[in-house]
Write a new protein. Structure first.
Length: 302
């Protein structure tokens, strides 16, 4: 069915329509500012390599509502190109979207859902994907500036070959926030790359009510508000002074802006992470659930 791309609310139900949507944005013909794009069906990408939606010059500025649907099979193999993901460069809101069975390979600003996210909101979305790049690499987003992530999660194998890799996001900066989110995959550690974190590679924003599994060693300022990581090989928390900042041997974040205060961040054992009592003041009525038979017993989003 042919779509009228001039409408303010547009429904997408096929791979061909999703590719046409991407082409309109990448060519600069449309940015969909003021428009709502709704995904009507699950879509499997089977027509060859995916071309990321959006570039620094031409990008999406509307609202993309995944409508609880899933996009499968996104494959990108562009190791020499920046801004890779389902969306490469994005300035629009994305919600209610799942991305699974996917593999994204890029250079810098590489994420499962978005490579570079600016001034926009990512909510109730998730990725199960392998994401590989040189720098600013994350399972959900490569880099976020002046935006927020809320009620999201990511799982998969994440690798930043040079710098700044995180399970959920590579770089979180510029008055931005990550709230009620988690990562349950693995972040590859490359020798000499200290800016590796299971939740974020580097953080200069707020992180609240988040957790990460699969510990990765890195020297990290703790900036999280009531956020947790499973205790890894390093066991205890160690604090040292360096350049007037307090640092901590921890797994959540690889590096940070100048925020010396350590706020309510702790390493917890696996058994503690599976107990609701560990998560004081987390909303288990409307946001989180915990069940020994779901998500390996760790908290999950409703």
């Amino acid at each position: 069915m042919k779509i009228n791309w001039e409408e303010k609310e547009i429904s997408i139900s096929t791979e061909a329509q999703l590719r046409e949507f991407a082409a309109l944005i990448n060519s600069g013909e449309k940015d969909f500012n003021g428009c709502v794009i709704v995904l009507e069906n699950d879509i499997k990408i089977s027509g060859g390599e995916w071309v990321a939606i959006g570039t620094p010059l031409h990008h999406f500025e509307g609202e993309f509502d995944g409508n609880g649907k899933i996009i499968r099979g996104v494959y990108i193999d562009q190791p020499d190109k920046n801004y890779q993901g389902l969306f490469g460069y994005n300035e629009g809101d994305i919600k209610n979207l799942g991305l699974v069975e996917s593999k994204i390979i890029g250079k810098n600003y590489v994420g499962g859902l978005v490579g570079y996210n600016i001034m926009s909101r990512i909510t109730r979305s998730y990725t199960v994907a392998d994401v590989i790049g040189d720098g600013a690499v994350g399972g959900l987003l490569g880099k976020q500036v002046f935006g927020f992530i809320k009620n999201c999660y990511s799982s998969g194998n994440i690798e930043g070959k040079d710098f700044l890799a995180g399970g959920l996001i590579g770089i979180n900066c510029g008055e931005c926030a990550i709230i009620n989110s988690y990562f349950s995959g693995k972040v590859a550690y490359n020798f000499g790359n200290e800016l590796i974190g299971d939740l974020a590679g580097v953080n200069a924003g707020e992180i609240k009510n988040c957790y990460a599994l699969k510990a990765t060693l890195g020297k990290s300022p703790i900036l999280h508000l009531k956020s947790f990581a499973v205790e890894g090989e390093n066991g205890k928390i160690e604090i040292e002074d360096e350049l007037t900042e307090e640092y901590i041997e921890n797994d959540l974040v690889g590096g940070s802006g100048h925020y010396p205060e350590i706020i309510n961040s702790e390493l917890k054992s696996e058994s503690e992470m599976k107990q609701q009592s560990t998560y004081c003041d987390w909303d288990f009525n409307c946001v989180w659930k915990i069940d020994p038979n779901i998500n390996n017993g760790f908290p999950y989003l409703r």
